[in-house]
Design a binder for this molecule. Structure first.
Ligand SMILES: Cc1cc2nc3c(=O)[nH]c(=O)nc-3n(C[C@H](O)[C@H](O)[C@H](O)COP(=O)(O)OP(=O)(O)OC[C@H]3O[C@@H](n4cnc5c(N)ncnc54)[C@H](O)[C@@H]3O)c2cc1C
Length: 397
């Protein structure tokens, strides 16, 4: 069956050769068994910003968004087993309805699926304290592209029995198998936070206070440049939002404007990602640095983009050193193409990575191949030839 166009939030779109949207894992398994050697592209909630779910014209699009069953639940341990198409919103609601909680909440909560989040090793604002989604994954069921079932991990929360094979699929981006079901560990209720909003006219000065804020043990530490804030509050200062479990006093010199806030203030930060959609074509550069290099690295990247007159904004999970630099294009995308190698050299020279949570997808594949080590490539190639010997799934390299 020929289908209509599929798009995610990367700006890529594509029409697959055919389309299958199973309502059960058994149906999906039958489909794979009956269609050997089919070339497949997996999609979940289609909120990805790297184009990993966007099909090429010869690929069959597997839409997993209807695999939404919560299959099993352990009330005593707060463990949920669910299908891969359950949205993060529904997972959170379910956990909270049972007196548990889940701390990895992406800005794309309503649409992103648990399968897509694990496939991209996603995070959220509370990842500073609670880590990324992979930390909460106890076990996985995977279907190979030929329809064989693989089960990794288990219901025990501690396992030291050889290598942690479940980790192979964290960040695999639909290239090593189809995640169909996941066993997720919840947390006790996440405490409400006391927020401060710290505004400053100098982005460098603002970023320089991050290490001292981290010593105060915040659960959330987010940042946006004033250019990014034109999509929400339209203020003329750069801003950090920081959330603490206990009321915490902060005092810096007069150039900082510090106010007490409620959690609702986070909308100023989290609406940026939604509101910038439709402004102009863009590329999302999801860079990630050790804290000690973050300020120098973000300044150097910004300066490079300024020198080439590329309009851009900076916002993100500053406590984790993870910044989303969105570069907007008029008819000058080629300028970006010409400087991206230089951009990536700045990243690696600051011990950084080209993605902190959004993944490689189709958009960053060439950059990934250029920046990743030969050892990474060798390990990935070995896994790929074992799990997808006929290359039915896309490849990161
Ligand atoms: C407004 C906005 C805010 C966002 N905020 C955040 C944030 O706070 N934190 C964050 O980490 N990300 C964020 N993102 C990015 C995005 O939501 C995440 O990358 C998310 O993990 C994608 O999930 P999805 O279900 O939409 O996956 P899709 O976009 O459908 O797919 C993404 C990748 O995962 C693969 N995949 C999907 N499902 C499976 C499966 N079951 N098995 C194997 N592979 C699979 C696909 O092939 C593709 O490579 C945001 C995006 C938007 C648009």
């Amino acid at each position: 069956m020929v289908t209509s166009e599929i798009a995610d939030y990367s700006g890529l779109h594509g029409t697959p050769s055919d389309y299958f949207s199973p309502t059960s894992v058994a149906q999906l398994k039958d489909f794979l068994k009956n269609n050997p050697l089919k070339v497949i592209r997996i999609g979940g909630g289609l909120t990805g910003v790297s184009g990993g779910a966007v099909p090429l014209s010869h690929e069959c699009f597997l839409d997993l968004s209807k695999l939404t069953a919560i299959e099993w639940y352990d009330e005593d341990a707060g463990i949920i087993q669910c299908e891969a198409g359950v949205t993060m919103h529904d997972l959170l609601q379910f956990a909270q309805s049972k007196g548990w909680d889940f701390p990895v909440i992406p800005g794309s909560l309503n649409q992103a699926t648990i399968g897509g989040m694990v496939a991209c090793n996603g995070g959220g604002p509370r990842s500073l304290k609670y880590g990324k989604i992979g930390n909460y994954m106890l076990a996985l069921d995977i279907l190979t592209p030929t329809g064989e079932t693989i089960h990794v991990g288990g219901k025990a929360t501690k396992i030291s029995q050889g290598i942690s094979d479940k980790s192979i699929w964290i960040g695999s981006e639909g290239t090593l198998g189809i995640i169909t079901s996941l066993l997720i560990r919840c947390t006790p209720q996440v405490p409400p936070l006391h927020f401060k909003r710290i505004a400053c006219h100098s982005l460098t000065e603002l970023m320089n206070v991050i290490p001292s804020l981290l010593k105060l043990d915040p659960s959330i530490l987010e940042l946006a440049s004033k250019d990014a804030l034109k999509f929400t509050s339209n203020v003329d200062e750069h801003v950090i939002w920081v959330g603490f479990t206990n009321p915490t006093e902060i005092s810096f010199q007069a150039s900082f404007n510090i106010t007490d806030e409620s959690e609702a203030i986070l909308e100023e930060r989290f609406n940026i990602g939604h509101k910038l959609q439709g402004y102009k074509p863009f590329i999302d550069l999801d860079v990630s640095f050790p804290i000690k290099h973050s300020t120098a690295a973000v300044n150097a990247l910004s300066q490079l983009l300024d020198e080439h007159e590329l309009e851009h904004i900076v916002f993100g999970h500053a406590g984790d050193g993870n910044y989303h630099i969105h570069v907007f294009f008029d008819d000058n995308r080629m300028v970006w193409e010409n400087i991206q190698q230089k951009f990536d050299e700045i990243i690696t020279s600051h011990e950084g990575f080209i993605s902190g949570e959004h993944g490689i997808g189709r958009i960053h594949s060439e950059r990934y191949k250029r920046t990743v080590s030969d050892w990474n490539k060798n390990i990935y190639t070995a896994l790929k030839s074992c799990l997808d010997p006929n290359n039915q799934l896309p490849s990161l390299i």
